[in-house]
Design a protein around this ligand. Structure first.
Ligand code: SF4
Length: 447
């Protein structure tokens, strides 16, 4: 977990997921249901083993015969059932049970002490789960979380090898040992990790969070060069600027406009070379670079939709703006409507204000754009998912009419980062979709 976008992605999930084998859903026509398992039951042992995660559950399923010990919510009584797939028609039923979490024994945390760690610099009082510095390859497999391999044991490597082929998300940041040390990264060298993954047939999507004065300039070039040369293992590379808040230590600085321009120019040119040579760009800069480098005209400088190919690094803020614009405009074209007249205020960040201005031109009239100051993380934070309830509520309170903000500031339970709930929002504050087409349809319905 290393960039502010990743932090925002994590924040959008449920507040706390029980780290136990709690069943979210049992299919009613399954043998599990007939034998007595129900939604909410917690499995404690299977064939005498406490399971670590869903991979071990599947291994037990493959045996075809299960002795399951479980308890029901609100009871301490351990119940036991036996299931024999062979005498029940011989088919192992992999899809009959869904667990609340793929990890049953707790999320593994990192052993780094990164100077740029977004979590380390969080203020007190946020939702508890946000402070977990996760570095767990199982979350990488299931949720696309970035890992550093800082806590890998021989057992982890063996388990990964047994599960290959699969894809992981790997935070590389730098390849030189001295730079890694200076940045507080204690994880093994990427040179060794990539080599090991290569032997195992495991592929990775990678990211570099650039911290000026540490891993920019020559180190960035060296790291990118290594990753491009490792393209048999490396499937994509996202280059992301460090997220700086008012809590970040002084030695970590946001890239300047000039630095951002220089990095963009280098990454774009490398991306062009890769396209010529390997028929994929392989390396992409995140949207924030364009904002830092070009400020008000950043949308005009964004690459085309095709530039992002399959949008494989979308969660890292790579191509997010271009995708939103394209989908919004396509939905408008398909709709064939004249200009929409909307009487509302959109509460947003300085960065996204430019995006909305661009897409509303000739499409939507009457909408006011209000920049919400992020007093919680600091005024330099322009990322919309990091807007907190307190700031949005205050901004809506200053307006008379309808106010909108995009849903990426909320988690699945309707909570903002600061723990405020959408239920407690002023009555004029409404949540709008964060996807381009849905956002257009939402506005059209207000027309
Ligand atoms: S210390 Fe480093 S690896 Fe660990 S969570 Fe923070 S940024 Fe990610």
């Amino acid at each position: 977990m290393c960039s502010c976008y990743e932090f925002a992605n994590k924040a959008r999930k449920r507040e706390s997921v029980d780290m136990e084998a709690r069943i979210a859903y049992v299919r009613e026509d399954s043998i599990f249901y007939r034998k007595g398992l129900r939604d909410g039951d917690v499995i404690v042992r299977v064939n005498g083993h406490e399971l670590k995660d869903i991979f071990e559950w599947r291994q037990e399923l493959d045996l075809g015969w299960l002795e399951i010990e479980f308890f029901r919510a609100g009871s301490d009584e351990i119940r036991k059932i036996e299931i024999d797939f062979w005498s029940d028609g011989g088919m192992i039923d992999y899809s009959a049970i869904y667990f609340e979490s793929p990890i049953f024994d707790g999320v593994r945390t990192c052993r780094n002490n990164c100077i740029f760690c977004f979590i380390k610099g969080l203020p007190r009082g946020l939702r508890k789960s946000l402070y977990i510095r996760d570095d767990d390859w199982r979350m990488s497999v299931f949720e696309g979380s970035y890992i550093t391999f800082s806590n890998f044991t021989d057992e982890d490597w063996h388990r990964l090898e047994a599960l290959a082929p699969l894809e992981l998300y790997y935070s590389v940041h730098a390849i030189s040992d001295d730079v890694r040390r200076a940045m507080g990264i204690n994880a093994p060298s990427p040179l060794k990790v990539i080599e090991r993954l290569r032997r195992m047939g495991i592929e990775v999507h990678t990211q570099i969070v650039v911290v000026p004065g540490f891993n920019d300039e020559d180190e960035l070039k060296r790291s990118l060069d290594f990753l491009v040369k490792s393209r048999d293992v490396v499937k994509s590379i996202a280059v992301v600027p460090v997220g700086v808040t008012k809590y970040t230590p002084g030695e970590v600085k946001k890239p300047s406009r000039k630095q951002a321009e220089k990095i963009l120019s280098y990454v774009e040119s490398l991306s062009r070379d890769c396209l010529k040579e390997f028929a994929t760009r392989l390396v992409w800069p995140s949207d924030e670079w364009y904002w830092i480098a070009y400020q008000r005209s950043w949308i005009k400088e964004l690459p085309s939709y095709e530039f992002y190919e399959e949008f494989v690094q979308l969660e890292n803020g790579v191509g997010k703006a271009r995708k939103f614009i394209e989908e919004f405009e396509e939905a408008w074209r398909e709709d064939g409507k004249p200009e929409l007249k909307i009487d509302a205020t959109i509460l947003t960040t300085e960065m996204n204000k430019e995006l909305f201005s661009e897409i509303f031109n000739g499409v939507v009239d009457g909408v006011r754009l209000k920049v919400v100051e992020n007093s919680f993380f600091g005024l330099s934070v322009d990322v919309a998912p990091l807007l907190v309830g307190e700031d949005l509520f205050r901004a809506a309170g200053e307006e008379k009419g309808l106010c909108l903000f995009t849903e990426e500031a909320l988690n699945e339970e309707g909570l903002f980062l600061d723990g405020l709930s959408i239920q407690d929002a002023p009555s004029n504050l409404v949540v709008a979709p964060a996807q381009g087409a849905e956002f257009y349809k939402f506005l059209r319905d207000l027309d």
